[in-house]
Write a protein that binds this ligand. Structure first.
Ligand code: SAM
Length: 305
């Protein structure tokens, strides 16, 4: 739950009395807001996607950070020895066939360095989110289930017949969900051709109302071929900033950019100044999840004036 700092103490006390604070996660804050992890939502409050900074150990209960993608589990932020010990808790789950330790997401394609901890060592699986099915290869391509709420939110913003570019589409979770729900025209780009091949498979696996054109290539170059675009999705949180010039040119007046960046609060404020100076209105800015002590992943919506 996201609350104004001034209201935080009272809200925390109230939530404690209702027993709905999720004690596995830390309460976090930035300059204006406090983010309280809760086990259920109360109407009338604002929420951000789960901020993934978990406590080491709570009341003797083991809690740790992991993703489950289909029948694959991926443990994060632990040594191999610790992760092997923790994986015993995941093995008990009937549907888990393989467990990996994630030693970091690296390189231009943002792929994971994985160490097999348990199971058959498969890297591909199918995963269901927001009413679509996705074929995922956790080794060859980037995919994170932590953005599912964000993808749903963006898909809810899209209007019929929008012309959209998904500049860093990966295996296509944004594009597929939008095209599944809305008659739209989407160009989906990624430099990783394995991701584009999987994206094509995902287009076949789902019923689509919209049209998607998947292209393997460098967005910096490809974007030069497009103008008058209604919406551009820029989900490259460590580097999207370097592609803003080509995106600005391709976007039409009143067009929207859904922009993601992992940064500290000061950088975020500098971006706001830059967007306004470049002739954009800020539609929203919010934390998607915590990334490290000082960094968060932010979701920012801007409109070209
Ligand atoms: N949007 C997808 C999702 O939500 O799963 C993938 C996002 S992932 C953080 C960023 C993607 O950008 C990766 O798949 C990577 O291969 C791609 N990428 C990185 N540099 C690129 C470039 N210059 N042109 C096109 N794609 C690029």
């Amino acid at each position: 739950m996201m609350v104004n700092k001034k209201l935080a103490n009272d809200t925390i006390a109230e939530l404690r009395s209702m027993n709905i604070i999720d004690n596995n996660f830390r309460i976090q804050h930035d300059q204006n807001y406090v983010y309280i992890p809760v086990i259920k939502k109360i109407e009338g409050h604002n929420y951000v996607e789960k901020i993934g900074v978990q406590k080491e150990n709570t009341n003797g209960k083991i809690s740790f950070s992991y993703d489950i993608i289909g029948d694959i589990a991926i443990i994060k932020g632990k040594s191999e020895q610790e992760a092997k010990f923790l994986s015993k808790h995941l093995m008990e789950r009937k549907n888990i066939k393989t467990i990996y330790l994630d030693n970091g997401i690296n390189g231009e394609f943002r792929t994971r360095t994985l160490k097999l901890l348990y199971g058959e060592g498969k890297t591909s699986t199918t995963y269901r989110e927001n009413s679509i099915n996705l074929f995922v290869d956790v080794q060859k391509t980037y995919f994170s289930p932590r953005l599912s709420t964000e993808r749903l939110r963006i898909s809810n913003e899209v209007k019929e017949h929008e012309y959209i570019i998904d500049m860093f589409c990966g295996i296509g979770p944004f594009s597929i969900l939008i095209a599944h729900k809305i008659d739209s025209d989407i160009v989906a780009m990624d430099k990783n051709c394995d991701a584009i091949d999987i994206m094509k498979k995902n287009m076949e696996m789902n019923k689509l109302k919209g049209n998607i054109t998947p292209i393997c290539g460098d967005s910096a170059e490809l974007m030069k071929n497009y103008r008058n675009v209604d919406r551009i999705i820029m989900n490259l949180p460590h580097g999207a900033y370097n592609f803003l010039d080509v995106a600005f040119k391709a976007l039409k007046k009143n067009g929207v950019i859904n922009y993601y960046e992992i940064c500290d609060y000061e950088t975020l404020e500098n971006r706001m100044v830059f967007f306004r100076k470049s002739g954009f209105e800020i539609l929203y800015k919010r934390i998607v999840h915590g990334y490290s002590r000082n960094l968060n992943m932010y979701s920012i919506g801007i409109k070209k004036l």
